[in-house]
Structures are given as C-alpha cells and as structure tokens.
Write a protein that binds this ligand. Structure first.
Ligand code: DX5
Ligand code: ZN
Length: 218
C-alpha cells in the first residue's frame, strides 16, 4: 500500500490550519511536516508550537521530518506537540541509536533520513531501531527542487538490503516527486511518498493525490 504524505512546506503558511483540513478531505494519508533550523539546512520553518496548534485541526498522522542539529533536545517537545512519526537525519545525530530510542520511548514511530550523498551502510546498525527510512531525493532545505535521478538506484538497493535481512521497514522518499516519476520510485521499493509542490501547486489537490496513487507501481 502506497501512502501519500503531502509536505506542508508548500502550503499557504498564513492558512496552515485550513490547509491540513483540506489535505484530510483530499485523501492524504499523512501530513509531512518539514522542520528546519537554519543550521543543518539553510532555511528556517516551523517548531513545536505550530505542530501543537495544527494537531487540533486534523486526525491525520503527523510525519515530522526534523532537519535540525541536536534533535535530541527537541524530541520531547515534538512528541508533546502531537507528532506520530519523528524522523531524524543520520548526518545530524551524534548518538543516533540513542536518539531513535528516545523517539520510541514516547510510543512514536522512529524514522531515520539520509541525504543524497549519505551511504546506506550508515544505518546498517540501527535497522532494528527504525520503523521508517527516509531517502532524500533532493538536498534538504527547500521545496520545488528537481528529483536527483540516482536516488532510484539507492531506493532499490535499500529495498533489497531490507528484503535480504527479512525486515519490513517503510521506505519514504522526499523531494522532487511528481506524476512523471512516482512510478519508478515506487517500483524501486518506496511505499511512503512525500510531495509538496506537486500537490499544493495543483488546482485540485484531491485529483492530484488520486493521480499520484494511480500512477504508482502496484
Ligand atoms: C525538502 C523537504 C521536502 C520538500 C518536498 O527539504 O524535506 O519535504 O518540501 O517538496 P517537493 O515535493 O516540492 O520537492
Ligand atoms: Zn521533508
């Protein structure tokens, strides 16, 4: 089953509450929330108070993507704010194993994300701790960037690595996904698809989410 996780980075920030309500009506599976700190990535977005405010607007699970340094310090706040999945970057965590355990101690799903240049073996020894692996298919920081083509091979290699170990871990892909490439991405093994600009720039969100599902590999 493919899950569609629209990224509210491309939503109207002046109307975030309405935007998540629209996403729920449009058939999204998750709300992808991009948290950026201006250090790990060259952009600053939103923090726990905004997540907490949005929590009252929808029942959709919150997929919180932390592109921040020192994530450990903020896990409790994002958990209290209502996150369901918290994903941290392998490049930004000094004690990744411990951080993942901290996320799980709140009863949440733990995700780990890899930048385009980060090798898959960097997560080999935490595979038993994660519920989801997020493969970045753009360099994190901004929406609307172009999909880095070689990501497809990385997803496929990851899928095979998980299969060979008998692990059932979600593979999420984030950055530059649209109707033209969702097929190859899902065929390679991804099952959670983040999409920001494709969904929010379209005139009919609900239609676009349906189209993405239809174009995905089944
Ligand atoms: C990039 C973010 C993505 C981004 C996706 O740093 O993590 O979630 O908003 O946006 P699109 O789909 O426009 O590439
Ligand atoms: Zn993201």
């Amino acid at each position: 089953m493919i899950k569609i996780a629209p990224s509210i980075l491309s939503a109207d920030f002046a109307r975030l509450g309405e935007e998540v309500v629209k996403l729920e009506k449009a058939g999204a599976d998750l709300v992808h929330i991009d948290v950026m700190d201006g250090h790990f990535v060259p952009n600053i977005t939103i923090g726990p108070p905004v997540v907490k405010a949005l929590r009252k607007e929808t029942n959709l699970p919150f997929d919180v993507h932390l592109m921040i340094e020192d994530a450990d310090k903020y896990i409790d706040s994002f958990a209290d704010a209502g996150a369901d999945i918290i994903t941290v970057h392998v490049e930004a965590c000094r004690h990744l194993h411990q951080t993942l355990q901290k996320i799980k101690s709140h009863g949440l799903k733990a995700g780990v994300s890899l930048n385009p240049a980060t090798p898959l073996h960097s997560i080999e020894w935490v595979l038993n701790e994660v519920d989801m692996i997020l493969v970045m298919s753009v360099n994190p920081g901004f929406g609307g960037q172009q999909f880095i083509e070689i990501s497809t091979s990385k997803i496929n290699k990851l899928k095979n690595m998980l299969l060979s170990k008998g692990l059932h871990i979600d593979i999420e892909v984030d950055g530059g996904i649209d109707l033209s490439n969702i097929y190859e991405i899902t065929k390679a093994g991804a099952n959670v698809i983040v999409s920001g600009s494709t969904i929010f720039n379209s005139p009919d969100m609900s239609r676009t989410i349906k189209d993405l599902r239809e174009k995905a590999f089944r």
